[in-house]
Ligand binder design. Structure first.
Ligand code: MG
Length: 155
């Protein structure tokens, strides 16, 4: 068994789509980044890569590489799952917490789990996704960004 953790933050800005776990969520702002800035996919990528002992997402998909400009991070996650399998691991489960003041993520949780499970090539029952706020505290509470924590277990 090998465990890995991942963490990511992106800034919320006007004029961008909000994509979380590969699911488009209607909101006045979206996350800023070189790719689609899907904070959940990025955190899960790093959890998987960490568990497998592979270089992190910034190393694999540099934000100064035009190939990854506006990349769909769900496809980066699919790529990472393939790399982890190529190392001889199976994904036992993945769990994540999205930290956002707004919008409410709860209505999209099932769609997000299905989306992540498809990219990871595992059953949706092996994918945990929760959402929480910071009770109005800090940069997340001020609505300036969204963060995500993730853990992955490989066997
Ligand atoms: Mg990121």
């Amino acid at each position: 068994m090998r465990i890995g953790i991942g963490y990511d933050v992106h800034r919320l800005v006007v004029g961008r789509e909000l994509v979380i776990g590969g699911v488009n969520i209607p909101f006045a702002k979206g996350l800023l980044g070189h790719s689609d800035a899907d904070v959940l996919c990025h955190a899960v990528c790093d959890a998987l890569l960490g568990a497998a002992g592979l270089p992190d997402i910034g190393h694999l998909f540099p934000d100064n590489d035009d190939r990854f400009k506006d990349a769909r991070s769900l496809e980066l996650l699919r790529d990472v799952a393939g790399r982890v399998r190529a190392e001889g691991f199976a994904i036992a489960n993945v769990d994540a917490v999205v930290v956002a003041e707004k919008p409410k993520i709860a209505p999209f949780i099932e769609a997000i789990k299905t989306s992540l499970a498809d990219a990871l090539g595992i059953d949706a029952r092996l994918v945990g996704v929760k959402a929480t706020t910071t009770e109005g505290l800090g940069f997340i509470g001020d609505g300036l960004g969204i963060a995500c924590h993730a853990a992955a277990l490989l066997e």
